[in-house]
Design a protein around this ligand. Structure first.
Ligand code: C2E
Ligand code: MG
Ligand code: MG
Length: 598
């Protein structure tokens, strides 16, 4: 979905320990302005060094700011100060304190545990022999390494100035990486970090994450221009921050989407939607917009900020589907369902690549002669373990993802090739029918692809039939009439699949150039020796005959059903009673056994 570069985020990660409320305040800060002083922490077990350093730097101002000193006399003390205090720019750190490696251990704590990556570190040692390895200097981003004798006033000044310059640059980069230019709010990366910080502190008791998406924002942009769109976004940002108060983080996580994090009393869907009741004043224009919300409670996510946003997004999508201006709160089963679908879709994609998809063919016979007249191509997906995913599960998924367009075209070509092979064996008039999905059938390129498949495989158009379900055929009558006519003009025949389950308008049905009606197997299933049974099957057969169409029954499982259908005047049939869908080699065997192949 979103594809931020993780390394970039990590490289500039803020302290997990920073006070949460401070961070909220921070969100309104313009550039890196953190105050009128630079804060320096001196870590050394010798009080003399503290005195000498402050004395040397006393009264200096660097880049227009004075220096403030904090003092620690052990690594432990330093850790405590770094945990508590904010915006420490530079640490002057003694390498050898309680232990020989106390200083370097503290460096590790600073970078790895406290994740203070902006902070500049200047190492100092009494003896030159204690210099850390070059790799250590790189790994822990140590700015400078000096022996204490080098720290004269002039040298100290130069060293600290260089460190502060770097610190300022890093903060400016942070700002770019973590704040949205337009609204000055934290951006998506920052929002994720803030959630992660919450999680790392174990504070997910009463924390709700919401994604608030402005409805139809792109239309505002198109209609009024980007500048006005930007102003509207600022107005929304302003209203959100001023209404939600200090306890809630407001971030801009997408062009027209805001991320909110706070207690449920504040990140409350009804009161949030209420904020959109009044128009926004945008340069003398008063604009009404609505917003849709997806929410998730941190207790229901618990993993990482990224997951929380994903879950809130799942909820948001649902809400958008229902109605704009509404909200949906994420529940665990929503995630499972979606993940299952995603997994299945990924599986389907790789199945396409690895030949785990194939086409089987189910014969269709003339009821009164038993002659094989056609076959239906049906798609199959076999897993590596030999189990099958039923088409009723993966076809809807392929439709929803658009994959059906490529898949359908492939089935069409496979079916045409198979027909060519069987015709070459002497079954000249055999027909193949191919199921076509709504999306595929309505696609602008469909007719072209159909024509190409026929031309490339060299089949006779009249031997190809398309199966369109009744519900699809009855939608958008004008379009269907046109498309059906074009297809008929090519010479391809059309069958209405699953007939009897849709809501056909008879007048529309009569208009369409249909060759065959396929009685849905549900109506075949209810046929028994009882004379009165099967009124729908009888009706469909009657209707088809009156409209001059051929009628075929699908799902015939018993001799008895075949017999009843024959008596009702049904022309053709298909079902397990005759044959199950078969892969080409089996199909050939079957045809040979029936002497269908001369
Ligand atoms: P459909 O087009 O109505 O296909 C008939 C279904 O009935 C097939 O299920 C077939 O295996 C099953 N069937 C055949 N004879 C009998 C019988 O005697 N008893 C019973 N109970 N069932 C029988 P299948 O293969 O599972 O396909 C299910 C549906 O998936 C198809 O319904 C069709 O809508 C869709 N489908 C399959 N292949 C494709 C394809 O390549 N493209 C598209 N768009 N849809 C396909
Ligand atoms: Mg079918
Ligand atoms: Mg059917």
């Amino acid at each position: 979905m979103h594809n931020e570069t993780m390394t970039y985020v990590n490289a500039f990660e803020h302290s997990a320990e920073t006070d949460f409320l401070d961070l909220v305040d921070d969100t309104h800060a313009a550039v890196v302005e953190v105050g009128s002083v630079w804060r320096l922490l001196i870590v050394d077990d010798e009080p003399d060094v503290h005195r000498a350093t402050t004395f040397a730097l006393n009264g200096l101002s660097i880049f227009g700011r004075t220096l403030e000193f904090l003092h620690a006399y052990s690594a432990e003390q330093a850790t405590a100060i770094l945990r508590k205090e904010r915006d420490i720019a530079v640490v002057l750190l003694d390498v050898v304190m309680e232990r020989e490696d106390a200083g370097l251990a503290l460096v590790k704590v600073i970078r790895q545990d406290l994740k203070l990556t902006d902070l500049r570190i200047i190492l100092r040692t009494g003896q030159p022999g204690y210099a850390p390895e070059i790799e250590t200097i790189h790994a822990f981003d140590i700015n400078d390494y000096k022996t204490k004798s080098e720290l004269t006033r002039a040298k100290l000044y130069a060293t600290i100035t260089a460190a502060l310059r770097t610190y300022d640059q890093i903060r400016a980069l942070d700002d770019l990486a973590f704040y949205d230019n337009l609204s000055r709010l934290p951006n998506r990366n920052r929002f994720i970090n803030l959630i992660d910080e919450r999680l790392s502190l174990g504070q997910y008791g009463d924390v709700v994450i919401a994604i608030l998406d402005i409805d139809d924002f792109s239309e505002v942009n198109d209609a009024l221009g980007h500048q006005q769109g930007d102003r509207l976004l600022r107005a929304v940002a302003e209203r959100l921050t001023s209404s939600l108060g200090e306890t809630t983080v407001v971030a801009r996580i997408g062009s027209d989407a805001f991320g909110l994090m706070g207690p449920s009393s504040s990140v409350d869907p009804l009161s949030l939607l209420e904020l959109f009741r009044l128009p926004f004043l945008v340069q003398d224009d008063s604009m009404m917009v609505t917003a849709t919300l997806g929410l998730v409670s941190l207790t229901d996510t618990k993993e990482a900020g990224r997951d929380a946003i994903k879950d809130a997004n799942i909820a948001l999508k649902r809400a958008k589907k229902n109605r704009r201006g509404s909200f949906v709160t994420y529940t665990l089963d929503m995630g499972t369902e979606i993940r299952e679908r995603v997994r299945l879709l990924q599986g389907l994609r790789s199945a396409v690549d690895t030949n785990r998809l194939f086409v089987v063919y189910q014969p269709q016979v003339q009821l009164h002669t038993g002659k094989v007249v056609g076959m239906e191509a049906l798609l199959r997906w076999r897993n590596d373990d030999g189990s099958y995913v039923p088409p009723d599960r993966f076809i809807p998924l392929a439709e929803a993802s658009g994959l059906i367009i490529a898949l359908g075209d492939w089935v069409l070509r496979m079916a045409c090739h198979e027909l060519v092979r069987l015709q070459a064996m002497g079954m000249a008039s055999l027909r193949v029918s191919v199921n076509v999905s709504q999306l595929q059938f309505r696609h602008p390129d469909f007719v072209e692809k159909l024509t190409l498949a026929i031309a490339d495989t060299g089949i006779e158009a009249a031997n190809l039939e398309l199966e369109i379900t009744e519900s699809v055929a009855m939608e958008d009558p004008d379009f269907m009439l046109e498309r059906f006519s074009v297809i008929k003009a090519i010479g391809v025949t059309i069958a209405i699949d699953d007939f009897g389950t849709g809501y056909s308008s008879l007048s529309h049905l009569r208009q369409l150039p249909i060759d065959r009606l396929k009685i849905d197997r549900a109506f075949v299933n209810e046929l028994s020796s009882d004379i009165l049974s099967g009124p729908i099957a009888a009706m469909v057969i009657e209707l088809g005959r009156n409209l001059n169409m051929t009628v075929i029954a699908e799902g015939i499982e018993t001799e008895n059903q075949a017999e009843i259908l024959r008596k009702m005047g049904c022309h053709e049939g298909q079902g397990y009673f005759y044959a199950t869908p078969m892969a080409p080699p089996e199909l050939k065997e079957w045809l040979l056994a029936r002497h269908a192949i001369p």
